[in-house]
Ligand binder design. Structure first.
Ligand SMILES: *[C@@H]1O[C@H](CO)[C@@H](O)[C@H](O)[C@H]1NC(C)=O
Length: 484
């Protein structure tokens, strides 16, 4: 009898466990197995702090806050294969959030996060739909005990007044740091209320000092990160900033800011590897996507961009810094009304490389400078009187760059639709132009588009209109556009 009841208990237990495992497998979306075994960190340098350049952000020097932080390559959170499938939900309303758009709900968010992050089971922070949560500067950090999903269905709104926000490093509104296997998802919106910051920008009013305005959403040192579906609106500067992360998927994001919002990039990547960007819709005041140093293995597809400054690699090599960017593919993009299209920009005096870069299958409507490699990028003290940037002894080397299947229309005033402008000491190597057709006029008028080159070694060019390198590149009309 005793033996039988022991057996019965064991059987019951097994059934319960099986049920739990089964229901769990339905509720929890299976996470992909990491694409590759942890790799060596590209740069052994610790994360950087950031400083203002008129181009936005350049990695700079160590900061105290980052000094001891773990770098790429290690996973602290148990990977999904080893975690039990139970799910715990933490609704911010249960932590006292008012959701009226006026009450400061920062504490409620932090408390809900603390619970989720310390939960032994995979858990979700829920921000319910139909409500507006006023959130001040909110750093959320790991490591967490298990996977956390941050589900934003409602609206998060930043206070108009952002004075006193973390002046040392790069100010951030909502930031996630040191968290592995994090998912941020939902139908909700992050409203950065950036207007007040824009008008204080040195780009808008030259009398103002150039300072950083907050990034709306920042991820630092987060491996196996997913950000999907959410909307980012009117960030003071960068909308989505990803740095020192590995294995990142950004899918179906909507980013919206006016074309005049200074330095309001859409997605800014730095020191991050293995990234997929899927179908973003970006209206921005600066680059729709900017790829800074330390970015490796990026695949972006179906990008919608405009207004904005296009899709940019760089700027790289500012202040004689060393840059490393490789294996970047932009595959499928529609740009409309942007200043640039496919662009690589580097500073003189820098070192390192930007290599294996592909811009494929792009349509560009009404883009002033559709294809541009600019190895002489610099900022102009007075943008109304642009001066050529000085050639120095070193430069970031640019090689193995493909522009393929790109068509569209330029803007009549700007003739140089393909401009490849490289330095004598470090000519650009292995550049491929293929299947390109860009016109600068419509309505039956003559196509006035030209293509200029300087110190470029084309390894291939076929079916390219305008014919490649028909004029010698001298930085001309496009220089002043940096400040538009
Ligand atoms: C280049 O990046 C893509 C996208 O992340 C990746 O799938 C591919 O394996 C990378 N190639 C190499 C040679 O690392």
């Amino acid at each position: 009898m005793a033996a039988f009841s022991k057996l019965a208990t064991a059987v019951c237990l097994l059934v319960v466990l099986l049920l739990a495992a089964f229901s769990g497998s339905v509720v929890v979306e299976a996470r992909p197995v990491p694409r590759s075994a942890p790799r060596r960190v590209v740069s052994s340098k610790p994360p950087d702090s950031y400083r203002v350049t008129s181009d936005g952000i350049e990695a700079f020097q160590k900061t105290r806050s980052f000094r001891n932080r773990k770098l790429l390559g290690e996973t602290t959170t148990k990977s999904p294969e080893n975690t039990p499938p139970q799910v715990a939900d933490f609704n911010v309303d249960d932590f006292g959030a008012a959701g009226d758009g006026k009450t400061d709900d920062t504490k409620a968010f932090q408390n809900a996060w603390a619970k989720a992050c310390s939960s032994a089971e995979p858990s979700t922070v829920l921000v319910p739909a139909g409500k507006k949560y006023l959130i001040k500067q909110t750093p959320l950090s790991g490591p967490c005990k298990s996977q956390v999903t941050f589900n934003i269905d409602g609206t998060l709104v930043a206070p108009e007044d952002k004075t006193g926000w973390n002046k040392q490093g790069y100010p951030q509104w909502i930031s996630f740091t040191g968290i592995d296997w994090l998912t941020v998802t939902g139908k909700g919106t992050l409203d950065g209320t950036g207007k007040s910051s824009w008008k204080n920008s040195c780009r808008v009013n030259r009398k103002h000092p150039c300072t950083f305005a907050p990034a709306a959403l920042t991820f630092s040192s987060c491996n196996h990160l997913k950000v999907e579906d959410i909307k980012l609106l009117n960030s003071p500067q960068i909308h989505l900033f990803v740095q020192y992360c590995r294995d990142v998927t950004l899918s179906h994001l909507t980013i919206t800011a006016p074309g005049t919002a200074p330095e309001a990039d859409g997605i800014h990547l730095s020191h991050t590897e293995d990234i997929q960007i899927i179908k973003p819709v970006i209206k921005a005041g600066d680059d729709c996507i900017s790829v800074a140093s330390g970015t490796k293995n990026l695949y972006a597809s179906d990008v919608q961009c405009g207004p904005g400054h296009g899709i940019s690699i760089g700027s790289l090599g500012n202040k004689n810094s060393e840059a490393q960017v490789s294996n970047i593919t932009i595959d499928g993009a529609h740009l409309s009304g942007t200043i640039y299209g496919a662009r690589i920009k580097t500073w003189q005096g820098g070192s390192g490389y930007a290599k294996d870069i592909k811009f494929l299958n792009m349509v560009m409507d009404n883009v002033k400078h559709p294809i541009l490699i600019d190895q002489f990028y610099c900022t102009q003290p007075d943008p109304s009187k642009p001066k050529p940037c000085k050639e120095l002894a070193s430069a970031v080397e640019i090689s193995d760059v493909q522009f393929k299947n790109i068509r569209g229309t330029g803007v009549t005033k700007y003739k140089d639709v393909i401009n490849l402008h490289c330095s004598k000491t470090f000519p650009c190597r292995d550049v491929v132009l293929q299947d390109i057709d860009i016109k600068t006029t419509s309505g039956g008028k003559k196509n006035t588009a030209i293509s200029s080159c300087e110190n470029v070694k084309l390894s291939k060019s076929s079916d390219v209109s305008p014919a490649p390198c028909t004029s010698v590149g001298k930085k001309d009309d496009w220089i002043q556009d940096e400040f538009e």
